[in-house]
Design a protein around this ligand. Structure first.
Ligand code: AMP
Length: 176
């Protein structure tokens, strides 16, 4: 199927009200992913933004962060590091607990994934409250690696997640 080139990437994001719980409007990226022009435009624009930043490693949290993180890493000639839910990584891990709206969650990364001085770009699909990315940022900084920026495909500006990530450099492609 030939889709026209997207003019506004927002047209490829579907709002799903009350998912996964009442009151949340979920930003569904599957329409964007299903159109190679739209998906390719997202990757092209991320490459444009970070090509000159000397990125050694792109790291992303499962699961939707992987979808954008892996192709971006290849295009930047950088490595890719998966940040995962507990118990998924086979080797020694570093872990970080973080607070959610209700309760807490935990992320893990292999202990040798980042070395001191490595220039790391963190990526996720959506910046909401910023809690998930803040945990990823802290994980990277624990290892002595250098966090270049936190990048997102979508930013929900009304939740002010960006302010929770200060002083990190925050970049997003599509703002709602
Ligand atoms: P945050 O509140 O920034 O920690 O967001 C938590 C995670 O949930 C992020 O990785 C997002 O991918 C996802 N997320 C949060 N809110 C939304 C939303 N409205 N639509 C889609 N994904 C969301």
């Amino acid at each position: 199927m030939n889709a026209p080139a997207p003019t506004d990437l927002r047209d490829w994001i579907r709002d799903v009200p009350d998912f996964p719980k009442p009151g949340i409007v979920f930003k569904d990226i599957t329409p964007l992913l299903s159109h190679p022009d739209a998906f390719g435009t997202v990757i092209d624009r991320l490459v444009e933004a970070f090509a000159d930043r000397g990125i050694d490693t792109v790291a992303a949290a499962e699961a939707r962060g992987f979808i954008f993180g892996a192709p971006l890493a290849l295009r930047l000639n950088a490595g890719f590091v998966p940040i995962r839910k507990p118990g998924k990584l086979p080797y020694a891990t570093l872990a970080l607990e973080y607070q959610l709206e209700y309760g807490s969650d935990r992320l893990e990364v292999h202990s040798d994934a980042f070395g001191p001085g490595r220039r790391v770009l963190l990526l996720d699909d959506v910046l909401a409250t910023g809690g998930t990315m803040r945990a990823c940022r802290d994980l990277v900084q624990q290892t002595g690696a250098e966090l270049v920026a936190c990048a997102f495909v979508i930013e929900l500006t009304f939740l002010e997640g960006r302010s929770r990530l200060a002083p990190a450099d925050v970049f997003s492609l599509i703002a709602f």
